[in-house]
Structures are given as C-alpha cells and as structure tokens.
Design a protein around this ligand. Structure first.
Ligand SMILES: Cc1cc2nc3c(=O)[nH]c(=O)nc-3n(C[C@H](O)[C@H](O)[C@H](O)COP(=O)(O)O)c2cc1C
Length: 589
C-alpha cells in the first residue's frame, strides 16, 4: 500500500456520488467513482446495488492511467486526480475500451494534457476519434504488445504492461492489461459486477456472488466463446494476483472461485451448434442495451447466443456468424449509413439463410430506417419470424427492456424445443410415475416493480412451492430458468404468492396459463386487490396471499430454487381449503 486512503464527497447533488482513492499494490492506486443510486435497468441490468467505475494510476519511471470515469463525475474526479498528480505528468492513458462510463473524461484529460499518449486497441482508437473530437496522440496495441513504464525510483518495482486482446468483453474494442510488476490484470468490464460499496476487495464473496452472476448473464454470457478465448490467453500469464475490474470490488481474495465460475458458465454456454446471432451497432442509439436484453432472454432459454457488432466485425467473420446461426436478430440501421456500415448490412443480408428464425428491433438511434421496412426486408427473404418486430417509440425504459428480454426467451425456446422435449421423455417410466406422486398446492406468483411507464410486472402459475423455514418464516419456489418472472425475483426483490382455493382456482389457472406475447399485461381483466401487499398484485379471488422477499437463489439444473422470507400475509376465507395439484407423472408440473 503506497498511498493513504481518502474518500472525497462530490458536491451536494441529488444522486449520491462519491470518490475513493486507495493504494492497492506497489506504486498503484485506484480511483473508484462510487455511484450509489444507479439502479437496475438504468445501467446494463445492474441490480439494485448501484455501481462503481474504477480507474487506476500506475507509476514507474513513467506514469500510466488505466481508464477514467463517467462524465457525471467530471466535477469531482478531475480535481481529485489533480491533488494526487499533475495531469501533465501522466504519460499514458490505457483505454481498456471506449464505453462512455469508463471513457467519459478522456476529452477533459486531453485538454489538460495534450501530450498524453492514448494506448488502446485499433478499434478503440477509431471509436475514440468519433467520441472526443479532438486530436490526440495514440498507440494501437494488440495481444503480446507491451508498454514499459520503467522502475519506480523508490519501490524499485518495474512496471511492464503486457496487453491481451479480449474482443467482445463486452465491447469489440476491449483489451486487458497485465502489469508484470504487481501481477495485476486490468480487465475493465470482464469479471466485473454492478455493486457499490466502500469495500475495495472481494472480502465477502457471498455478498457479491448474486450480482457477479447477474452481470455475467447480461454482459458476458452472450459472448461465452470470447470469454473462453480471453481466459486461454490469461493462462499464459505469470500468476495473476488481482483482477482490477472496472465495476465493483476488485477481485483478490477468491480469484479461483470467480475464474472457475466464468470458465464453468462459459463452457456450458458454448456447447452445441445451434445459436442465435444478435446483431447490434456499438455506439448507436440504444442498440447495445437492447441487444443485451434480447441476448439475456435467449440465454435464459438455455440457447446459445452470440452478439455481433455490425461495425467492428470483419466481413468474412460476419458472413460466417450470420450464415451459420439458427436465428438472427437485426436492429434497425441508420437511414443513411456510412459506407462501412452499408457494406456490413449488405454482408448481413446476403448471409441470411432460408429457414433461419429472424427478429428485428428498433435501435432508437434517431435517424433509423423504419422498423417495418427492415421487417419487410427480412420477410421477403423467406425467413421464419422468431418474434414480432420490437417497436420502441421513446427512450427505452424498464418495460421495453422486459419486452425485449421476453421476446428473446421466446426465440431461445424455439431453438431449444427439441432438446426440452427429449429431456422430458428421458425419464424412466417407473421413476416418472413415482415422482408424479409428489403433489403440491396451486399458486400464482405475482410481481411488480417500478412506476408509471417504467413498470414491470409478471405472473406465473406455480405448484413447486414449499414452506422452508419457521424463523423467519420462509418458503421456496422453484422457478424455471426461462420464466419471464424470473427477472423480477432477484435477491432483494419482493413478490406475492397468491394461494388459490379449492373451489374457484380453475378460472385463474385458465387465465394465467395462456401464452402471453412478450411484454403483455398478464393482469388485464383480472380482479386485483391493489395495495394489499408490497411487491406484487394480490388476486381478488385468491384464498390467501403471502408477501415475500427473495433472500437467496440456488441454481438448479433447470430451475432456480428461490428462498424468500415471508414478510406479510392474509387469508380471505379461513374455512376454505387450498387447491391441490395431483399429478400422474414427474416430467411435467
Ligand atoms: C399446474 C402447474 C404448475 C406449475 N408450476 C410451476 C412451478 O412451480 N414453477 C415454474 O417455473 N413453472 C410452473 N408451471 C409452468 C408455468 O406456470 C407456465 O408455464 C408459465 O406461466 C409460463 O410463463 P412464462 O411465459 O413466463 O414462461 C406450472 C404449470 C402448471 C400447469
């Protein structure tokens, strides 16, 4: 530890923004921008724990800064940096990738130090030219290239960076940087999590594991193959002592656990041939986030997914990725694309194959081709519709992202249909019948989050429900991984378990077992007791309800076992009995 720790508060502003400056290894300091209130669906599907943007200062004979911060920290980040080092004394800025939450202050830094040399991948340097609109000195690097900062005069430690290309993690321009002097690997988005706390390191893995998993599913899972490629490159490095991530606590104490998780999840997602190619254009409208929502939905159905950047994928690779996919998802593109993009769109359309499933979504980029034109174009090529065009009429909100995720799940289910049917048939007949003698009650789980236009809600019929603790009172619900409502049952979320009565459950079952299109209001026409419980609608015709809060999620092979603490409850008719679900076989509910 070389520098004293300091917490600097931002000027009084509505949002809680603070800064943390702390030594993490020889001659190495982190500047963490803590964004306490940034909420879920505001940023790339983070959970409710806010997020951080981490930058790093490494001093040898020369000095390098790794990444900057989000522009919202401009008023506090730059002054804090200036108290620690004269910006003109920073020789290099290593840009791990150019997403604005890490690169938002690069322009300001160039203004303060026009001589600073910006080090990044070739694609990152190109992206940056369009972002900062100022001349700057640059050095494009790729896997195996190095940057020697020389020895720090006091510590004697030599800081020599080695770069690793890590395309698609999660932007196409990503590089990892390994400092041979400290064993720190700087990975920016990869291995990160949206979690805001003063805790600098991963000292409490249990506390951050759900967010680590959620972040992986949203941002890394759709590029599982790229994760494995990057991890292979990491294996050739000397021992990694710390992974200095761009979001959340730095990983130091449980590296094997985190790396093992990434390896296991990515290997699982890379199995099998059939995949959906979800195309997007980096730095265009809301393409990035919408494509992630669709990709997350596809992943929930256990289907493979590959995000494809139309701007940064070379024509041959694009043609192969699209041509070999079982499903292709396409954004609306600019009505007047530049020549490179125009060529990519041509390659994409030419690579489409008959019988592929296709879907399209509004990129909401401002001057897009109309979505119906894009949909017609796809239809005229004779493709099968995987989901109806996803129209986005305004800056996308939580409701839009939910709709996109559900459309993705529908598409994913089309790809995994045969596998699912085969799995159902594979049970031994006797075992199947014996398992079928397990019975349960009949329930409707409901959840609602957000307000106004951004409200997200869901409902599902459930019978795999059981009381699981006395003190505090708790229950478990087994929720299939591809259920729409799964997204609303993360740790900390509230939901309502509506317990159905023996006498009147049929009608409710009929309603909630219908197939709802993506984003449909599942409560239309249903009698609700508004405000009866926090967390979700209470069905007026239910026998009783329990208001629950998710405390833990255990990952089963095809269901999440969700343990929730029951916070409130009420019974409408104390004499009535709960509806019971008797089954014959164990391979259906
Ligand atoms: C009697 C019965 C019990 C069910 N129990 C569960 C359950 O416990 N967990 C679950 O994930 N799905 C269960 N399902 C399936 C879902 O209710 C149903 O497929 C779901 O509403 C579809 O919603 P989705 O579009 O969100 O996937 C059950 C279905 C029936 C018919």
């Amino acid at each position: 530890m070389t520098s004293p720790s300091a917490i600097a508060s931002s000027p009084a502003s509505a949002a809680r923004l603070t800064l943390q400056w702390e030594g993490i290894a020889a001659d190495t300091t982190t500047i963490r921008s803590l964004d306490w209130d940034r909420s879920r669906f505001d940023i790339e599907f983070g959970l409710r724990n806010g997020t951080t943007y981490n930058a790093f200062l490494v001093r040898g004979e020369r000095t390098a800064l790794v990444d900057t911060s989000h522009a919202k920290f401009r008023d506090s980040w730059l002054p804090l940096l200036a108290t620690q080092i004269d910006p003109q004394a920073i020789d290099y800025l290593i840009v791990s990738h150019t997403e604005p939450d890490h690169s938002g202050l690069i322009g300001d830094l160039i203004d303060r130090n026009p001589e600073i040399e910006i080090v990044g991948s070739k694609v990152a340097i190109q992206f940056l030219e369009n972002q900062v609109h100022r001349p700057f000195r640059s050095r494009a690097v790729k896997s195996g290239d190095g940057l020697d900062l020389g020895r720090h005069p006091e510590s004697g430690v030599e800081h020599r960076f080695e770069f690793l290309s890590a395309p698609n993690l999660h932007w196409p321009d990503t590089i990892f940087s390994f400092d041979h002097g400290t064993g720190i690997l700087y990975t920016c988005d990869a291995f990160g999590l949206h979690y805001c706390s003063d805790e600098l390191f991963d000292s409490d893995p249990g506390a951050i594991a759900p967010d680590f998993r959620f972040y992986y599913d949203c941002l890394m899972g759709p590029n599982a193959r790229s994760v494995l490629q990057a991890m292979k490159r990491m294996e050739a490095l000397p021992p990694i002592r710390t992974i200095a991530v761009g979001h959340g606590p730095l990983l130091r104490h449980h590296l094997d656990l985190w790396l093992g998780d990434y390896r296991e999840w990515s290997t699982g997602r890379s199995k099998g041939e059939a995949y959906a190619a979800v195309c997007y254009m980096s730095q265009y409208g809301f393409c990035d986030r919408i494509s992630q929502a669709i990709a997350r939905g596809i992943g929930k159905a256990e289907a493979q997914v590959q995000l494809v950047d139309l701007r940064a994928t070379d024509p041959q690779e694009l043609s192969a990725l699209v041509g070999e996919a079982s499903a292709v998802v396409v954004p609306t593109w600019p009505a007047q694309p530049d020549s490179d993009l125009q060529a990519s769109i041509g390659t994409l359309l030419a690579a489409l194959q008959p019988k592929q499933w296709v879907g399209c979504y509004d990129a909401f980029g401002g001057n897009d081709e109309a979505i119906d034109t894009v949909a017609d174009r796809l239809r005229s090529l004779g493709q099968n519709t995987g989901f109806e065009p996803l129209r986005i009429r305004q800056v996308p909100d939580a409701t839009d992202y939910q709709r996109c995720e559900e459309a993705g799940t529908d598409l994913g289910q089309l790809l995994t249909k045969e596998k699912t049917i085969a799995a159902m048939k594979s049970l031994d007949a006797d075992l199947d019948k014996a398992l079928g003698r397990l019975s349960g009650g009949l329930y409707v789980v409901t959840a609602r989050q957000g307000e106004g236009d951004g409200v997200r809600s869901g409902a599902m019929v459930a019978s795999w429900v059981s009381q699981a603790s006395f003190d505090p009172p708790g229950i478990t619900v087994a929720v299939a991984r591809d259920r729409a409502i799964e997204a609303l049952m993360q740790v900390g979320d509230r939901f309502v378990l509506n317990i159905l009565g023996e006498q009147n459950h049929q009608q409710l079952l009929r309603h909630f077992l219908r197939r709802f299109p993506p984003g449909a209001d599942r409560f239309a026409g249903v009698n609700l007791l508004e405000g009866a419980a926090a967390g979700g609608p209470v069905l007026g015709d239910a026998l009783a309800f329990l208001g629950c809060r998710v405390a833990q999620r255990m990952e089963g092979p095809d269901h999440w076992i969700i343990y929730a603490v029951v916070e409130e409850g009420n019974v409408a008719d104390t004499n009535a009995a709960t509806a019971v679900h008797h089954r014959k076989v164990g391979n259906h509910y």
